[in-house]
Design a protein around this ligand. Structure first.
Ligand SMILES: Nc1ncnc2c1ncn2[C@@H]1O[C@H](COP(=O)(O)OP(=O)(O)OP(=O)(O)O)[C@@H](O)[C@H]1O
Length: 289
């Protein structure tokens, strides 16, 4: 190996030490159509990353790849949060979804998956139980776990709603409860799919602050169409288009990029006439409800 090659190798291993997950030349094809096209993508430890792009760009498919729901046609996904140390590299494609959840890849879908008949507190306890093995569950929660649940109630702002049944929560509260349920499972990488969809402005602001708070302790990837929210709470943004990375960088740079304006942001001003069936970013939701 030449000195140059060794240098490249060392640099790439130094880079991967800083990354929690790496998507390496991943292609996903459905009926010969490439939804992800030799995509390279990574997220650093402790990073808050936003992912935007027109409809059909492959954003959801990328989340599916990261959680093991969809297996790539080629390429690989490496999660650097495995093993006892929480630093070991694990190949995502080789593990079933539930194993990846236990390893620390947590995902929140657009529709909250909370138990309506249970209270907020009971939902958090149930989620904590999922972290445990069956014998652990039978022993009940430890004092430490109860402390964690209590801290989570404060973090997601649901302390005063602890004994309320989840079925009667407001839309925003239900979303925060689900985020809380993910947090008690201690994910190292948290994936949020359009977390502010359908929220009022106040709920969006609280969610933005919550997401930034969470990202101080773990890596977070947020898929979002609401550009007002992205501008306000994102630092680094990746723009996906036709299964490839179109642009990546600070939000101020990304929104000035002519390619991004052409394929995505420009459509905000032409929402009713978006080309190729693409949906415009949700600027209108920024209005006070
Ligand atoms: N299981 C599947 N079988 C066939 N085609 C699929 C499947 N899943 C996704 N696709 C196609 O892959 C493309 C990308 O879809 P994907 O949902 O990843 O895009 P997206 O960027 O998340 O879009 P949106 O913003 O609308 O959620 C779309 O054309 C979609 O129809």
């Amino acid at each position: 190996m030449s000195r140059n090659e060794r240098g490249d190798d060392e640099r790439s291993s130094a880079m991967s030490r800083g990354n929690i997950v790496e998507v390496q030349r991943v292609t996903v094809s459905f009926d010969g159509f490439k939804v992800l096209d030799e995509l390279d993508f990574s997220i650093q430890r402790g990073e808050l990353r936003f992912l935007i792009g027109p409809n059909g760009a492959g954003k959801t498919t990328l989340l599916d790849i990261l959680t093991g729901k969809t297996k790539p046609s080629s390429g690989r996904v490496v999660f650097h949060g495995g093993g006892e140390s929480g630093q070991e590299s694990v190949e995502v494609n080789r593990l079933p979804e539930h194993a990846l959840v236990r390893l620390g890849i947590g995902r929140k879908f657009q529709t909250p998956a909370v138990f309506g008949s249970l209270t907020v507190l009971e939902n958090l306890e149930a989620a904590m139980g999922f972290r445990e093995s069956a014998p652990g569950l039978l022993r009940g929660l430890s004092a430490q776990q109860e402390r964690e649940i209590s801290e989570t109630l404060d973090r997601v702002g649901l302390r005063r709603r602890a004994d309320v049944r989840a079925a009667v929560l407001a839309h925003g509260e239900r979303q925060w409860l689900e985020i809380g349920m993910l947090l008690v499972q201690q994910p190292k990488l948290l994936l949020l799919d359009e977390p502010v969809a359908g929220m009022t402005r106040r709920e969006r602001d609280r969610t933005g602050e919550l997401v930034q708070e969470i990202a101080k302790q773990r890596s977070v990837l947020v898929v979002e169409h609401d550009m007002e929210f992205v501008r306000r709470y994102a630092s680094t943004v990746t723009v996906l288009h036709a299964g490839r990375r179109l642009c990546e960088g600070p939000v101020e740079e990304v929104q000035r990029d002519s390619k991004v304006i052409e394929v995505y942001l420009g459509r905000a001003h032409d929402a009713g006439h978006a080309r190729g069936g693409a949906k415009a970013p949700v600027e209108a939701q920024a209005e006070e409800r």
